[in-house]
Design a protein around this ligand. Structure first.
Ligand code: PEP
Ligand code: MG
Length: 703
């Protein structure tokens, strides 16, 4: 290859293609068959990340495909299979694609190679960021995965050990065991899915897909065919997937490793004849200490006995974190290896509000923690009792408190918590953890279901916010140096517009269009709004609608905040996405564990932009709401009210607390606080001011 080991200049050859066959037209439903020889020009060849990305590119099409290297062929739709060929830089491979979309798939594959070759660091994986591990003064720092505060006795939970032998006892016997265990696991997961009513259901459904993964299955069967035991074969096949995921430069994909490990544990249980639905006994009021929590572990433990969880590894976006949050169990992750030195029965205080695990707990600490717990319990039950009351400030201003939803199953709970509608439906849940995009019909059913559960209330549906830290397998994005600054949100929708059209049609068909508010993510300027509006108008025309629903934009980029006066001429409302707005204003990656404490949306720079946006909205007579994490942060609530943001969209569990706090506030005092806050030098000073203010307000003192 001509461009090895040097920087490329414009016009350089990046890779060479040799046509080895002509298009073979195969008649009938299978469509075309195409073949193409490709010389792999990029560094380190097809290691895990490019193999995964390449397989994902092809899976987006209705095709079958094989890749051949020196006479050895592999399923090109499988990352594991592609990796196993060991394709190196300079190798010449043959790609064969069959099926109705062969042409488009081949184009996409060639584009992939061109794109990959143009990135010289394609083979370099980012090192994971180190997490502070050593306890300082008996306190271990960790990352918050589910908020809360807990006290309890340490209970180290070791993974179940299995005596797995490599050699099988006959191919037929092992194959039969493998299939029986798979069926048993599938049946167990299906029963679990049918019993669950919330987010567990989505997660278990993803596990059902993973268990049936053709690559995992084929690979295990092949190993069994080579004489390995069923257990060994499954572990080996799943280790290959985990290795590939580990090498991917993508935190979301890495978070899926726990899911594969989870499935492996359950497969081993099934293969060793254990009861998959048996619950493991735990001591009362314990704090689980664990390497990495697997989603099914939470479902197979008696959760009433778990006060909190701390894991040495793991990440805040893993499925286990979502389950823990939905069960209300405080959970700290990435605490480092020192947690394994904690002895069973040690008293611990787990503060998942500030990200600390206290190890040296004396009697006075324990008592203080128990008192805090008692106060918080009393406050939570009082808040729940008044959840359905309106949120009106002391001086009579009404604030609307909506729910952020991540799925249809959360709507009922949100209403019980006192939500007055949905301020943000993150539709990504419908697109992720699956092999194909949801159809218009499927989306229509889901949105319709939520609309029915929240009759006559605003339902704000955000168009898919795919890309950035939310990739999807069947929509392969080009490799990007900075995904957060690349194709995400509306940009992705406009780039692959069929998904956008399907989604808009599904929304626009809802029976009560007055209820619907369409929300567009990652907008910068008028051009973005006009492009999106053209699609909305076209879909509405095709559906013969006589009126359009409200259309709004997220204010997530500094550009949209600064241009909001122009944007307001073309939209009906805006919703401030403080999570992204703060990442872009402060130039701190929202997934960066070491800088996490610096990424505080209470930073005066972020607050000044929010104030400008709210002022422009009031001037234009248009609604402004805030749906980022800031609205669920009690310290931010008086500030937001003080800046005239009177619509908040909040995590359902926090709605009662936020509503109660609003009822204790005076708007004029909030305005004064906001003016003061905007003059502070940093987020910590704002937080101090706001916390003191809230303390007084909660105690009924004049503020
Ligand atoms: C935000 O950016 O604040 C927001 C609400 O969107 P998301 O967190 O889904 O990116
Ligand atoms: Mg956002």
């Amino acid at each position: 290859s001509r461009c090895e080991n040097r920087a490329v200049a414009a016009g350089d050859t990046l890779f060479e293609l040799e046509l080895t066959g002509t298009d073979v037209n195969v008649s009938g439903p299978s469509g075309n068959a195409l073949e193409q020889a490709i010389r792999v020009a990029f560094d380190q060849g097809m290691h895990a990340r490019p193999a995964a990305a390449f397989a994902a590119v092809l899976r987006a099409f209705n095709v079958a495909a094989t890749v051949t290297l020196q006479g050895r062929s592999a399923n090109a739709l499988s990352m594991v299979a592609v990796m196993s060929l060991g394709i190196k830089q300079g190798d010449r491979i043959e790609l064969s694609v069959f099926g109705p979309e062969a042409g488009a798939a081949m184009d996409a594959a060639l584009a992939f190679f061109a794109n990959e070759a143009s990135h010289h660091d394609a083979g370099q994986e980012k090192k994971p960021v180190a997490v502070p591990a050593k306890p300082v003064n008996g306190v271990l720092q960790a990352v918050i995965a589910s908020r809360g505060f807990a006290v309890g006795k340490a209970y180290p939970l070791k993974p179940q050990a299995f005596d797995v032998r490599e050699q099988g006892s006959g191919v037929d016997r092992e194959l039969a065991s493998l299939r029986v265990a798979l069926d048993k696991l599938k049946a167990h997961l299906i029963a679990q899915r049918d019993e669950s009513t919330d987010q567990h259901q989505d997660i278990v459904s993803a596990h059902i897909e993973m268990v049936q993964d053709p690559v995992l299955n084929e690979r295990s069967e092949r190993l069994v065919g080579q004489g390995k035991s069923a257990a060994f074969a499954w572990m080996q096949a799943s280790a290959e997937v985990v290795t590939a995921l580990l090498a991917m430069d993508n935190e979301y994909m890495k978070a899926r490793i726990a899911d594969f490990r989870d499935i492996e544990q359950n497969m081993l249980k099934a293969l060793f004849g254990m009861d998959l639905s048996a619950k493991r006994a735990l001591p009362e009021q314990c704090i689980l200490i664990i390497d990495e929590l697997l989603p099914s572990q939470l479902m197979s433990l008696d959760s009433r006995r778990i006060s909190g969880i701390c894991s040495s590894g793991g990440g805040p976006s893993a499925h286990a974190a979502i389950i823990a949050a939905s069960m209300g169990i405080p959970f700290l992750v990435a605490a480092g290896p020192d947690v394994h030195g904690i002895a069973e029965g040690n008293m611990l205080i787990l503060d998942a509000e500030s990200g600390c695990l206290h190890l040296d707990v004396d009697a006075a600490d324990w008592q203080a923690a128990m008192d805090r717990l008692e106060r918080e319990r009393a406050r939570t039950s009082a808040d729940s009792a008044s959840a359905l009351l309106p949120a009106v400030t002391q001086d009579g201003s009404t604030v609307h408190v909506f729910a952020n939803l991540g799925g249809a199953s959360e709507a009922d709970n949100a209403l019980a918590m006192g939500a007055q509608g949905c301020g943000l439906l993150r539709t990504e849940f419908l697109f992720m953890d699956r092999q194909n995009a949801p159809t218009e019909e499927e989306q229509y059913r889901v949105y319709g279901d939520i609309a029915l559960r929240m009759p006559d209330m605003p339902l704000t549906i955000r168009t898919m916010d795919i890309g950035g830290d939310k990739p999807i397998a069947y929509l392969p994005l080009p490799k990007e140096e900075n995904p957060a600054l690349g194709l995400r949100g509306l940009r992705t929708s406009l780039w692959r517009d069929q998904l956008f059209i399907d989604q808009l049609r599904a929304m626009l068909r809802l029976p009560q269009p007055n209820q619907l508010r369409i929300l567009l993510p990652m907008v910068n300027d008028l051009g973005d709004v006009e492009s999106a509006r053209r699609y909305i108008d076209q879909c509405a025309k095709e559906l013969a609608l006589t009126s359009l629903p409200a259309v709004g934009i997220m204010i997530e980029t500094p550009a949209s905040a600064l241009l909001v006066d122009q944007l307001l001429e073309k939209v009906d409302f805006v919703s401030i996405g403080s999570n992204d707005l703060s990442q872009y204003v402060l130039a701190i990656d929202r997934g960066h564990p070491e800088l996490a404490s610096k990424l505080d949306a209470l930073h005066p720079a972020v607050l000044r932009l929010i104030k400008q946006v709210a002022e422009k909205c009031r001037y234009a007579g248009k609604k402004v709401s805030l749906c980022g994490g800031l609205a669920s942060d009690p310290a931010a609530v008086p500030l937001l009210l003080g800046m005239d943001v009177l619509e908040l969209s909040v995590v359902p569990a926090l709605i009662p607390r936020i509503k109660r706090l609003i009822r204790q506030l005076h708007l004029p005092a909030c305005r004064e606080l906001a003016t003061h806050a905007l003059q502070q030098a940093d987020a910590a000073s704002v937080r101090r001011l706001a916390s003191e203010f809230i303390l007084k307000a909660e105690q009924g003192e004049p503020t």
